[in-house]
Design a protein around this ligand. Sequence first.
Ligand SMILES: [Zn+2]
Length: 384
Amino acid sequence: MGDKLRSWWFDGNSVFEFRWPHRGLCHIVVPMDTHALPPRNEMLGAFERRDPTYEGVFLTAVRTTGVFCRPTCPARRPRPHNVEFFATSHEALLAGYRPCRRCRPMQPLGASPRWLERLMRAVEADPTRRWRDPDLRSLGLDPVRVRRWFKTHHGMTFHAYNRARRLGRAIGRIREGEAVTSTAFDAGYDSLSGFNDALRKLAGASPTDAATRGDIVHVTRVSTPLGPMVAAATDDALCLLEFADRRMLPTQLGRLTRYVPGVLAPGANDVLRNVASQLDEYFAGDRQRFDVPIHVPGTAFQERVWDELRTIHYGKTITYGTLARRIGSPSAVRAVGKANGDNRVSILIPCHRVVGSDGKLTGYGGGLWRKQRLLEIETRVSGD
Ligand SMILES: [Zn+2]
């Protein structure tokens, strides 16, 4: 605890960077969902029968091997519970997986660029190597052509691909429980580019002084069928649970550091492991109540709203108006809606169970489609 967090940044997209005086740099990557994936069972079925019509719809990754594949990969099928799905190779890389050598998920179908093969092999052989234009030319490659090919086929530069591979390796090690040290991250990786302004503001709210008196708040990524979530918890309680692509996430992390003084550190603890396994059960329809301590300090009004939310039963919905009446402020419907949206712990504090007076779903920070899916899961199960 002697090492207090000096600063932290978020690139506004998927990478968090933390800097400590002694431990140095570390990064947390929370991949963005670029498009919604089909239901997990549908993808499992398509993967099982190697259905070519799902090419480009999803990629599969296998936790036990650390490899990601096309849906049609000829390799033997892993056990379904070890399979994770991604919308893009970029996300699979950032989650710490490497491309399969058999089905080559990074290469466009039917257009294997022979001219790139030597380079790709060299990259795989030494992912920590930093490539400069002269290195590419020494392989007989035109750097401009290489960049253009990666841009066209992967929507990222060759540089970004390499960076994703390096970060992915580091993240893969974190997932395996390796202690986070600067050495885990200095694998040829120096600085993050493209910090956005919103997050510059956030850095102003950095918890530098809070760190000396607070807890360690562990931050990790949790996979769910509705996309990755970011979860944060002290050793005592869950403090944040948000979908990783949510626009509010940086704001919420900023608030978290104000309300829960402490050092944000990548990694898991018992609370987070509990949350992950209970979420698995919830999404499978096997859990209706969560048994995880929650710590969500806010304004007195927010806390009233959040407490009331936790009394709404699984599979039920109420309107914003009802919620306002229940907390004794019947005219504060808008403020109630705002407090609902400011909820930092999705799902466990079930703000998705509040709907408009006409029964319409109205807003949800994680996206309306997610609200709909969550309510579908709950009504299906409680209707049984
Ligand atoms: Zn494969």
